[in-house]
Write a new protein. Structure first.
Length: 227
């Protein structure tokens, strides 16, 4: 008698260091890849404006050319500048922001990703409609990234981290802001960030324990096939 193992359904796939999100209903997304001292990131406001590691960036930065979201990326305070291979905090605490003043209608979920060389010192929280709700994410996942970060101790592989918020119980979200940051001596090196917004919620970011279970189940299937 043959037995089978049902793997948990995950509507994602890996590409360009990030999880490609598939949401039901309508969705929009944007990404900021290869964050470093090179066009297009050093264009707005002049390259020198983004080398200042102790002040806010002069202008927010929109997503890449294929973005369908109007979200923008910015630094609010403290450390963080466009270095040779990443946005680097130089060991100085700082706060970053990803915001959208015209998000998708009936916003029901957000999935936010950061591919970085070290742990995120200040975890992302969500504010909406101009408030300061500071909502923690409902789901979190980490996996190997796709970059090499040059930190104070030399090159290290990056880790892609993803957070998802379930906003289906909150009506009339007309704007949102995600804030995160680095702490003193964090030496955060950010290489890529992604945002996906949808008007229908489904959990696409599994708990890390679920991912381990899936990997174990898959390895069991492979072993059975080898017998």
């Amino acid at each position: 008698m043959k037995s089978s193992i049902l793997l948990p359904f995950i509507a994602t796939s890996l590409t360009q260091a990030a999880v490609t999100i598939t949401l039901p209903g309508n969705s929009e997304s944007a990404q900021w890849t290869n964050l470093k001292n090179a066009p297009p990131y050093t264009g707005a406001g002049g390259a020198s404006s983004f080398f200042n590691a102790s002040a806010a960036w002069p202008t927010p930065i929109p997503g890449n050319a294929s973005a369908t979201s109007s979200a923008v990326f910015s630094k609010i305070s403290g450390g963080g500048y466009f270095a040779t291979s990443s946005v680097y905090d130089a060991g100085v605490a700082g706060i970053y922001s990803l915001s959208d003043s015209t998000p998708i209608s009936n916003l029901a979920t957000l999935v936010f990703q950061i591919d970085a060389g070290t742990a995120i010192g200040v975890l992302p929280t969500l504010n909406f409609n101009g408030g300061s709700q500071a909502l923690a994410a409902d789901f979190f996942l980490s996996m190997p990234g796709n970059y090499t970060a040059n930190g104070p101790d030399g090159p290290v592989p990056t880790t892609n981290r993803a957070w998802q918020w379930d906003l289906s119980s909150i009506s009339d979200i007309t704007s949102y802001e995600i804030r995160w940051g680095s702490t003193t001596n964090n030496h955060l090196t950010q290489n890529q960030i992604n945002i996906t917004a949808g008007d229908a919620f489904t959990q696409v970011i599994p708990e890390p324990s679920t991912m381990l279970l899936s990997a174990f189940a898959l390895s069991t299937i492979i072993l059975r096939r080898k017998k």
